[in-house]
Design a protein around this ligand. Structure first.
Ligand SMILES: Nc1ncnc2c1ncn2[C@@H]1O[C@H](COP(=O)(O)OP(=O)(O)O)[C@@H](O)[C@H]1O
Ligand SMILES: [Mg+2]
Length: 263
């Protein structure tokens, strides 16, 4: 069983949306997929799952991890994740996907430490760069840039001999149009990822169709009877399947060919 953690210290980079799309695409490729959400106050993924189940659509399993009492630290969360992992393995789960929140918190750090693959989402905005890497602009510098977490997780992976550990930096919510600011962010990320030995990949394009996905449960992989198949839907489907294929290949999993759901 493999664990994928989705992270970034910035809200709105599309972690949860990407988690739902990736989890569904993996499930539709015949992989038993379980998502753990750390956003336990609003539980967007549980809502997504409820909508899909109501419409009788294939869905990844959704779970959350609650800690009762005290102030759990990173070690406490690691124990809790280890337990969740062994339960998932016992249940025959192939992929565990952990959707984190956008803060430097013990559970978020622990989720990164548990991963075989981390997917960090970043949008084409300079503000996102300041959250990730150390910069010269003092006023824009994040107190704890994500780069610190990357260092910490890498050191941990080396110490525990996790040789096949992988990291994707995922340009997410991309604009359809090529823009100067997008190119500039991409250039700076390219340099950063090369130095940090991280793979820069394309995530999801920013599409209106994703905005109410948590409420409808309908993903680009679903074919809705009677509705014309638009080009943007096909493009979204292609990008979701491409992302799933990348993850499947990286983790060395065996999966079926992409499949559609008829609604
Ligand atoms: N690819 C996308 N296209 C359009 N809207 C998106 C996309 N990804 C996320 N969103 C929207 O952006 C907001 C934040 O997304 P979310 O996935 O919750 O981000 P995060 O989990 O990183 O905070 C939500 O309103 C969501 O619907
Ligand atoms: Mg989220």
């Amino acid at each position: 069983m493999k664990t994928v953690t989705i992270g970034s210290f910035k809200g709105g980079t599309g972690k949860t949306t990407l988690g739902a799309v990736l989890g569904t695409a993996l499930a539709l490729r015949g992989l038993k997929t379980r998502l753990i959400e750390l956003e336990t106050s609003t539980k967007p993924l549980a809502r997504f799952q409820a909508c899909r189940e109501f419409a009788d659509l294939d869905c990844p399993e959704i779970d959350d991890l609650m800690m009762s009492g005290g102030q759990p630290d990173v070690q406490d969360w690691q124990i809790s994740f280890r337990q969740a992992k062994s339960e998932a393995a016992q249940d025959g789960v192939d992929v565990l996907v952990i959707d984190t929140t956008s803060v430097w918190k013990p559970e978020v750090i622990a989720a990164h430490l548990m991963a075989d693959l981390v997917i960090t989402t970043v949008t084409e905005s300079p503000i996102d760069l300041y959250q990730i890497m150390p910069t010269n602009g003092p006023s824009m510098q994040a107190v704890r840039p994500y780069a610190q977490l990357i260092d910490l997780v890498r050191r941990h992976a080396e110490k525990s001999n996790k040789t096949d550990f992988e990291w994707f930096l995922c340009l997410n919510r991309r604009s359809h149009l090529r823009t100067r600011v997008g190119d500039s962010v991409r250039d700076r990320l390219r340099t950063f990822t090369e130095e940090a030995n991280i793979r820069l990949i394309d995530g999801l394009v920013d599409r209106v169709g994703y905005r109410n996905m948590m409420e409808t449960g309908i993903t680009p992989m679903d074919d809705i009877a009677g509705e014309p198949v638009q080009r943007s839907l096909l493009a979204a489907r292609t990008e979701a399947n491409r992302l799933a294929s990348r993850v499947i290949t990286r983790l060395g999993l065996k999966a079926d060919a992409p499949r559609l759901v008829n609604v």
